[in-house]
Ligand binder design. Sequence first.
Ligand code: ATP
Ligand code: MG
Length: 377
Amino acid sequence: MSNIILVRFNEIHLKGGNKKYFINLLYNNIKNALKEYNCLIESVDNRLIIRDYTNFDEDDIIDNLKCVFGVHSISKARELNNSVEEINDFVANLKIDTSFKCDVNRADKSFPIQSNEYEKILGEIVLNNNPNAKVDIHKPNVTIHIDIRTNGKSFVFYDIIYAYSGLPLGENTDGLLLLSGGIDSPVAGFCMAKRGMRQDILHFDSFPYTSAQAKNKVILLAKQIKKFIGAKYMYVCSMTKLQEEFHLNCNEEYAINLLRRSMIRVANYLCDKYKYKAIITGESLGQVASQTIESLTSTNAVAEYPVLRPLIAFNKDEIISIAKEIDTYKTSILPYEDCCTVFLPKNPIIKPKIKNSLKEESKIDLNTLLKYVIDNI
Ligand code: ATP
Ligand code: MG
């Protein structure tokens, strides 16, 4: 009989022939997330079991597990053998002084008692040993879960802690997250990671118009989301020279549109060079002038990779509530400027036309300037 942490997954069950591959991926990602805990991780019978972590705090381990996508839920459990006697003995020693119910999941169909019947038997055992316990099958204060698996082991636990589900971060699915210092882009990275996309980070600054503090804030955000998105690299690209040229030579109304298109071109370059398969942004339809459907069409026109915008249909309050949940909100609202707020036009174009963007871009030596900013990443 030992203390273990039980990890369940859900969407992976739908993976048919690829299920083994995804379980393996999840196993490796958990191993990586828990590497400092020296624990053993076992993959058995549709569960992952974490054991031998005696010198560490279970709650710390669980906090780490919650950040691993593909994990559906987690329980602190006792591991027993699939023996009626052993389970009965264990349940007889539980101290219950409130309303309770027993919930039996019998995956091992060779276990001699059916779930419903066994729930009643175990309920009786609890009642016989705890004068203040009473059964409430609808709203019990305590649920005693007994998960009887096909590997000869049963797990007994009270609480189920839910994680984010989704799919484990995969191999060869890397994306490039355009991370500003705002609220939206860290949430966008989180959302794509939830679907298994590992991401590295690209940030644009406009030094000296943007400050070192502004960059440090983004570095802090990057550190905060790293555990979710699996980032290994952060690229910082200074757009100062390009922005100055746009400012001096181009129609002011197009300043942000031109900047956005150049951001995508820089992202194209990094995707080519480092084999990222998609560009991820925190854009949400209609949120600002640069996020109207016409503006998005204009930036898409220069993209050589899919631009994924997981927040496209999210309201700001929905985005904020995720930002709070993943703990990036407080950093995001620190009041530093972004390169998009430098040389901000009074009336940014709301419905840019691609032919006008091209006309504005032809007023400067765009290729040389792009090469310059890229060479300085
Ligand atoms: P956010 O809250 O993510 O900053 P936002 O609502 O301020 O978004 P914009 O400033 O229009 O919107 O930016 C839209 C998206 O463009 C961002 O979510 C981000 O993906 C990308 N982006 C904007 N500024 C930068 C930057 N300085 N570096 C990298 N990406 C950026
Ligand atoms: Mg922003």
